[in-house]
Design a protein around this ligand. Structure first.
Ligand code: NDP
Ligand code: 2IT
Length: 459
């Protein structure tokens, strides 16, 4: 065989392998729409990897990496304020521990199901690998809806959830953090329950703790800031910047708030944000102080912004936010919030860059459309890795029993986001798709985990 024949034969073998394993994953996980979407995206990127490194095929890496090491499902019973017994379902997906203890957030949202937990844990494996820190991938949560619940109900539910979760986690085993519906308050309740059950104080078992009680400074801001740092790197390459740009950010939770703050600090005008009820448009630029007061302090709905800024508009239907003309759009709310129709609208309005602050906020069709039209695209597992990166810094600080300053954490975060950007660009270059950050992120993250899996042997 000539060299060309060998290359072609490796290519065919890689394509067949990826196709066969995807069919297997579909068969084993029927109806798990989000999980199949996340695997599809990774698989589409990996063909050139298997063609260049056929030994990964012999090691069955794709079959193994798509099957969680462990999925824990449990009953969470609790009593509401009326004395009525309520039952929710709890999950912890411990997907991959080849690079370190399972690491990933806990989500409380009524939409939580096995597919959503698995897609989030799967994404987390590659995201965590990209940070370069020693952390594996996991995710957990419950279909509990915190909306409309009293403080005490939230505490009782969270404590009941943590009672079962506690037997499966630990500082060297599995280290949860926050996600949708879970912030420092819920982390505090879980941490308290864990320590009570253990009869001690294990600081590094949760991250995202209150900085007054063992948390890292800068963790709250890290995901949003990190997303903006990553997008700024991507813009720089094309001679663009946040300075003077018009930006829209979906959501108004933890990630959105600090993406808005950093974009503003870099000189952007952020004109719209949302919650699941609708979006606000403020042509003068959103007032961040009002936003924080409403959402962080008072837990109110976003429409109330217009009470304080009557010139701003409120529109029901949160997906309408994508019709607001902008240079940069940062989807920071939830999965599949930006579909092909929204992508068409953004492209028609000459959007220049998209940065995914949320996990898998853009559908595959939307991503393809952006790429076809030359819109710069920063994929979630790279762009929103700043949150978990600072979580891993929190683990280090807890182990060393010391705390770093806000400035020190922020400097490290900037360095990590820059490194992630460079490794994604390098991988995209090396595997034949220069500038394609989706492919670059998937390949760079995958290679780290796959090499560790090979070194750890099969079984
Ligand atoms: P929060 O709970 O703080 O905020 C979530 C925001 O998104 C709220 O404004 C919420 O509106 C909105 N939202 C939630 N679900 C929907 C929905 N189905 N449709 C429309 N809007 C919705 O969560 P975070 O900011 O922590 O998380 C946001 C995203 O970022 C998620 O995808 C999460 O996985 C991801 N992420 C979070 C990290 C973190 O450190 N927290 C790290 C990396 C990624 P409403 O209040 O009306 O529900
Ligand atoms: O999706 C995510 O990266 C998170 N929710 C944060 C995980 C973490 O462990 O900090």
């Amino acid at each position: 065989m000539t060299r060309m024949d060998v290359v072609q034969s490796n290519k065919n073998r890689a394509n067949d392998y990826v196709h066969e394993v995807y069919e297997l994953v579909k068969k084993r996980n029927p109806d798990e729409k989000e999980f199949l979407q996340a695997t599809r995206e990774i698989f589409d990127s990996l063909r050139p990897v298997f063609s260049q490194h056929p030994h990964f095929i012999e090691h069955g890496i794709l079959e193994r990496i798509t099957e969680p090491e462990r999925i824990i499902t449990f009953r969470v019973a609790w009593e509401d304020d009326q004395g009525k017994v309520r039952v929710n379902r709890g999950y912890r997906v411990q997907f991959n521990s080849d690079l370190g203890p399972y690491k990933g957030g806990i989500r409380f949202h009524p939409s939580v199901n096995s597919s959503i937990m698995k897609f989030l844990a799967f994404e987390q494996i590659f995201k965590n690998a990209l940070t370069g820190q020693p952390i594996g991938g996991g995710k957990g949560g419950s279909d509990f809806d915190p909306k409309g619940k009293s403080e005490r109900e939230i505490m009782r539910f969270t404590q009941s959830f943590a009672t079962e979760l506690s037997r499966h986690i630990g500082p060297d085993r599995d280290v949860p953090a926050g996600d949708i519906g879970v912030g420092k308050r819920e982390i505090g309740y879980m941490f308290g329950m864990y320590n009570r059950l253990r009869g001690g104080y294990e600081a590094g078992v949760f991250t995202g703790k209150d900085p007054e009680h063992g948390g890292s400074l800068g963790r709250k801001e890290a995901t949003g800031y990190g997303t903006v740092y990553f997008v700024e790197e991507m813009l720089k390459e094309k001679g663009l910047s946040f300075k003077g740009s018009t930006v829209i950010v979906s959501g108004s939770g933890n990630v959105s708030t600090y993406a808005i703050e950093k974009a503003m600090q870099l000189g952007a005008k952020v004109v719209a944000c949302s919650d699941s009820g609708g979006y606000i448009y403020d042509k003068d630029g959103i007032n961040l102080e009002t936003l924080k007061q409403l959402k962080e302090v008072e837990n109110k709905r976003i429409w109330e912004y217009t009470k304080f800024h009557p010139h701003a508009e409120y529109h029901e239907d949160c997906s309408g936010i994508w019709s607001v003309p902008c240079d940069i759009a940062l989807p920071c709310a939830t999965q599949n919030e930006l579909d092909e129709i929204a992508a068409h609208t953004l492209v028609a309005n000459s959007v220049k860059a998209i940065g995914e602050g949320a996990n898998m906020p853009c559908t595959l069709e939307a991503i393809h459309l952006f790429q076809e039209h030359g819109v710069l695209f920063a994929p979630a597992k790279a762009a929103n890795a700043g949150g978990v990166a600072v979580s891993a810094m929190e683990m280090s600080q807890n182990s060393m029993r010391l705390s770093w300053s806000t400035e020190e954490v922020d400097e490290r975060l900037k360095g990590i986001m820059k490194n992630i950007y460079t490794s994604c660009m390098d991988a995209a270059d090396r595997y034949g798709r220069p500038g394609d950050l989706v492919m670059g992120a998937n390949i760079a993250g995958f290679l780290k985990v796959a090499n560790a899996m090979v070194s750890h042997g099969i079984g």
